[in-house]
Design a protein around this ligand. Structure first.
Ligand SMILES: *Cc1c(COP(=O)(O)O)cnc(C)c1O
Length: 834
């Protein structure tokens, strides 16, 4: 493969703008250029939705003919000038905080789901990454994303005639993907190396253009690498720990080295999951070299502008590497930088002898967050072991609820409707709730829903015809091809990873009750399902087979369909057409969940467990919640609520969902249903968009973090380190003295003596802590320094007045205090009175 392929394509001069158009992935969500690609090669465009492939497969003859066609030239010129206008337009960022992010945000993730033509993702995390980038582009936020270019990526699914999952790994030919080689400052194809045991692994760099943002992708398939190393970037999530550490080295170390090579100076580094934690270490190494310093100071100086987002609900989800494996792989790289594995394990602590990558990420970050309000609490609990004697409530995890890129998920019908109500530019600016759909009548809403459902049904029929599992001798052709699906029937969608905690089998807990709903003559229900099970997840695969078997029961045939190979393209069709989107994870395992947000813009309604985002979004008017109000404390990770949840799910369907859908008013419209559709679209679309999410990251994280980072330089890093060493040195000898309390005017006044062993009272904070009880919520009240105790050295008196509760509800503690440090993330010392 040479660069020639990218530079010598014989494009007629007047069509040279086709190249940047075809390489800008905007065509995957902004449908203005569809017609252009159709004119070039309708067949390739319709079957792949890959404009780069279209441009590469169109014959020179056809191109020359098009170059003379006024019709084509019109479309072409409109699109090139449109692209230019989009790139030059003012944005939310340029209007409100222009330049404040400096050269921008380096965004790391193991997977990206930008478009089905660039299949580098397995599920929710990747799709979120894609939506984040697109929204950042819309808003003009400078983001450079870093990831891996997988030659095979995640598996593709088919089902056997018996309903067993089959897995295929088609090859992604990089030259056919909508990416181009990245050039270094001298114009050469950018390459970086990462030290591996006994060898260097060479990496090639590619660039996907996601609107205004760049997606930089590394691949190890350089012919000069050892054959085994060429396969490092072949599969996503293969499960083997050795392959994983190799991939994480390529992503983290290689990724940061690529940014260095390209002379990028990101102001913030935002990593998603611990997979890319090594990027933060390499960032510190670079600072260390530039400032001729050591790793400890480099860590202090750089971490203030590192953000770690965790998307996991169980600690078992974190990557952990045995120290022997980590030593083998990481020591060549670490020793190049005067660093050692011992340092990394210490940073990653958490009480384990393994190298825990989430621990490394945490220990290198200035702030960290979960992805919904409930997930913040879960994150506090998961990360508590990293914080010694700090209680979970004090773990400084924050949250930003995820959102979806609305323009990627709206249907042509809903696009037209929203444009009429709120204008063209609505998704490129902050979405506000000041744009309700008042000007849209109930009838228009209903016609939109009907035509979306109709399109879905014809899509399903087409898919079903081509699924080979349906070609089973003996099954009815009508059922197999989806001819029994009905465009006027209430359609329920369920599509996601098939894994136990998502409980795809909740409706199968009572098959007879489900059949009664499906077969009801006057008010029938139909269900469309899709989802992959991880290749090693036998339980997940069994769930698929159970549904497949159920769908073959004569009474259910043609009313329950399973669509193979759930991916972005399938998701896109389903979320446009279904009336109800079902999500029933086991509380509180769903960190956020985003698929339900995708139906909002299209007027689909959610029927979901009260978990993840739905626990924030739900109210009685916008949809249905299974067991609303159930909280994390009541329902820990167990399956004992499955039966009760299933029962409530059935009750909601029987008593509310189905009757409301079929209850028509005198105009023949389901008025109550449409009321909900309107409420859901009005109240939720803006709040659960990636547009809101990206702005939240900018305003609440990136900008304040940059301000903190500006306070850290080689000199302050030296001082902070010295300060921390002083704390560590004196801490073992701190002591509490006398504690007294008395009631006074309805409050309680505490006084306390402490011995600080040479630390000054400003270096610590004395706090009085009361846990939540029948007297009220949790209290953490700093005590005020009163005076030194003249008779005793290094001893001080503190006091405070607090709400009157029983004396023993309050416990004093001492913790370090420094205005420049984020405590307890950066210093976990704490001493409790008892
Ligand atoms: C949105 C999406 C997901 C994530 O959905 P969840 O609700 O988080 O399970 C997974 N896969 C695809 C293809 C998607 O489009």
């Amino acid at each position: 493969m040479t660069l020639a392929a990218y530079t010598m394509r014989a494009l007629p001069a007047q069509l040279s703008g086709l190249m940047p158009l075809a390489l800008d992935l905007r065509w995957s969500w902004h449908h203005g250029s569809d017609q252009l690609w159709r004119l070039l090669d309708e067949d390739v465009w319709e079957s792949t939705q890959n404009a780069w492939l279209v441009l590469n497969s169109v014959s020179s003859e056809h191109l020359l003919a098009l170059a003379e066609s006024p019709e084509f030239l019109n479309v072409y010129q409109a699109q090139t000038s449109h692209l230019q206008a989009l790139n030059e337009a003012d944005t939310w960022y340029s209007d409100t905080c222009d330049g404040q992010l400096g050269e921008g945000v380096a965004w790391f993730c193991m997977e990206y789901g930008v478009s089905e033509s660039l299949p580098l993702y397995s599920g929710g995390l990747g799709v979120l990454a894609g939506d984040y980038l697109k929204a950042a582009s819309d808003l003009g936020v400078p983001v450079m994303a870093v990831g891996l270019l997988f030659q095979q990526g995640y598996f593709r699914q088919a089902l056997s005639a018996d309903g067993e999952q089959l897995e295929f790994y088609p090859y992604n030919d990089p030259t056919m993907l909508p990416v181009a080689p990245v050039r270094d400052p001298s114009g050469e194809w950018a390459r970086v190396t990462v030290p591996f045991p006994g060898r260097d692994v060479r990496l090639r760099a590619w660039k996907g253009q996601v609107g205004r943002c760049e997606l930089l992708l590394l691949d190890a398939n350089d012919p000069r690498n050892e054959p085994g190393d060429r396969g490092i970037t072949s599969e996503l999530y293969s499960g083997d720990p050795e392959k994983r550490i190799q991939q994480e080295m390529v992503l983290g170390i290689g990724g940061w080295r690529l940014l260095e090579l390209l002379q990028r100076k990101p102001a913030v580094c935002h990593i998603n999951e611990g997979h890319s934690a090594l990027a933060l270490i390499e960032r510190a190494h670079c600072w260390q070299k530039a400032n001729q310093s050591d790793f400890a100071k480099a860590r202090l100086a750089t971490r203030a502008t590192n953000l770690f987002t965790t998307h996991t609900s169980v600690a078992a989800g974190f990557d952990r590497f045995a120290p022997e494996l980590a030593e083998l792989y990481l020591s060549p790289w670490l020793s190049e930088n005067n660093n050692c594995l011992h340092n990394l394990i210490e940073i990653a602590n958490g009480g384990s002898r393994d190298l825990n990558m989430a621990g490394v990420a945490l220990g290198m970050s200035g702030r960290f967050n979960g992805v919904s309000q409930i997930h913040r609490k879960v994150t506090q609990a998961i990360f508590q072991p990293w914080f010694g004697r700090w209680p979970a409530d004090d773990i400084p995890a924050e949250f930003v609820t995820n959102g979806v890129h609305t323009p990627s998920w709206d249907s042509p019908e809903s696009d037209a409707l929203w444009t009429r109500a709120c204008g063209q530019e609505r998704w490129r600016r902050p979405l506000t709730q000041s744009c309700p759909l008042q000007s849209i009548t109930d009838d228009e809403l209903w016609q939109m829903r009907r035509s979306q459902r109709k399109r879905l049904i014809s899509y399903l029929r087409k898919r079903l015809r081509s699924q080979h599992c349906e070609h089973k001798v003996g099954s009815s052709v009508e059922a197999a091809c989806g001819l029994l699906l009905d465009p006027e029937t209430l359609t329920l969608g369920f599509a996601r990873r098939f894994t136990s905690y998502k409980r795809p089998d909740l409706l199968l807990k009572d098959p007879e009750r489900l059949l009664a709903l499906l077969c009801c003559r006057d008010r029938p229900l139909q269900i469309v399902l899709a989802g992959k099970a991880h290749p090693h997840d036998a339980a997940g695969k069994a769930l698929i087979k159970r549904w497949k078997d159920f769908s073959r029961r004569p009474e259910a045939e043609g009313r329950v369909v399973f669509i193979e190979d759930y991916d972005l393209a399938v998701a896109n069709q389903l979320i446009q057409g279904v009336d109800v989107w079902l999500n029933c994870p086991r509380h509180p395992w769903e960190a956020c969940g985003t698929s339900g947000m995708k139906v909002l813009v299209n007027g689909g309604l959610n029927l979901s467990q009260y978990d993840g985002w739905w626990a924030e979004a739900w109210n009685e008017n916008v949809g249905w919640a299974i067991r609303p109000g159930a909280t994390f404390e009541e329902l820990s990770h167990s399956d004992q609520h499955d039966d009760a949840d299933a029962n409530e799910l059935f009750a909601l369907l029987e008593e509310q969902v189905i009757p409301e859908f079929y209850q028509l008013n005198s105009e023949g419209l389901p008025a109550r249903w449409l009321q909900r559709v309107r409420a859901s679209m009005d109240q939720l679309t803006a709040s659960y968009s990636a547009n809101r999410m990206v702005r939240e990251y900018v305003d609440a994280f990136y900008l304040p973090m940059i301000a903190k980072g500006n306070q850290r330089n080689p000199e302050t890093a030296r001082q902070l380190l010295q300060w921390q060493q002083q704390i560590a040195q004196h801490w073992p000898r701190l002591r509490f003295g006398r504690l007294t309390s008395e009631q006074k005017d309805g409050t309680r006044v505490f006084t306390l003596d402490v011995y600080l062993d040479g630390l000054s009272p400003e270096q610590v904070m004395i706090e009085l802590v009361a846990e939540a009880s029948e007297y009220g919520g949790r209290i953490v009240q700093p005590m005020t320094f009163e005076r030194s105790l003249p008779g005793a050295e290094d001893s001080y008196l503190f006091s405070v007045s607090v709400p009157d509760r029983p004396e023993d509800h309050y416990t004093p503690r001492i913790r370090p205090h420094h205005p420049l440090l984020h405590i307890p993330l950066e210093d976990q010392h704490v001493l409790w009175y008892r």
